[in-house]
Design a protein around this ligand. Sequence first.
Ligand SMILES: [Zn+2]
Length: 338
Amino acid sequence: MERYSRQLLFPQVGQTGQEKLGKKHVLIIGAGALGSALSEMLVRAGIQSLTIVDRDYVEYSNLQRQQLYTEQDAEERLPKAEAARRRLERVNQSVRIESIVTDATPEVMEPLVKEADLILDATDNFETRMIINDLSQKHRTPWVYGACVGSTGMCLAILPGKTPCLNCLLKAVPVQGLTCDTGGIISPAVQMAAAHQMAEALKILVEDYGAVREGLVFFDLWKNDYQQFKTRKMKKDSCLSCGSNPEYPFLKRDNVTKTAVLCGRDTVQVRPPQRMKLNFSILARQLIQGGYQVDGNAFLLNIQGEGKRMVLFEDGRALIHETKDIQEAKSLYQRILG
Ligand SMILES: [Zn+2]
């Protein structure tokens, strides 16, 4: 137990807390900047198992703040979930790590949430957060919301049955303010948001629920601003996610967009209408015959042609770069997959 000695000396964790940590399974949605920071801290803290879901792959523009990834990962265009797993297994081999390279839809997440003791939000979009929020309420699994952009960030812990949920707060506090911004980001904003999320995560994992922060914390590291919004009285009985007659609107609705422009990037994601499993070697051969330039790895094909670059994953999902035009992206996708 030498490995965890400093954490054991911290009385609120101690031997009992460490034993609890060692039995906990955490689900992280997103393996970008927040997901990198959070998953590294969790694995170092000695949880039992971690599941990482991410739809993207490592690019050079990630390296400034996404601490798990290396130049080699960017060179190889490794999916982030996979690159994260490889790195984290070298950090602490006793933690069981599962990486899932896919979009975080309700169908993908629900079975994972059922297995998890805690969900950490490390996404970059509000749609996914609302799905996490509904799944958290439906399966009584706590989750910690976190977001950062520029020099700012925020954090909110949600305990089903105890605190208001994200849906309760939508109109009351600026929880939507930090999504999909193109204003850039500095790494300390990531670390500060992740630190707040991880502190709440530790409290929840060692079951010190009384210590969990009530309400939303917001900071701006450049403007030296730090604020807290008390949310205790904002729980609504009429809330469709956590009220007395829940309908979990973000799970039920077929509101999961099949095609979307990705946050702050000239990239459109196209998803196939049904699940599929592509045969990369056959497809690559056809594409090369069709005049496309193709390279890739075991997880994705990188395709160049028609003045665009496109990355195709095994499940048929594609990221089409250098465009924000959904129609253009869709027609390119259809030409490539025939
Ligand atoms: Zn609610």
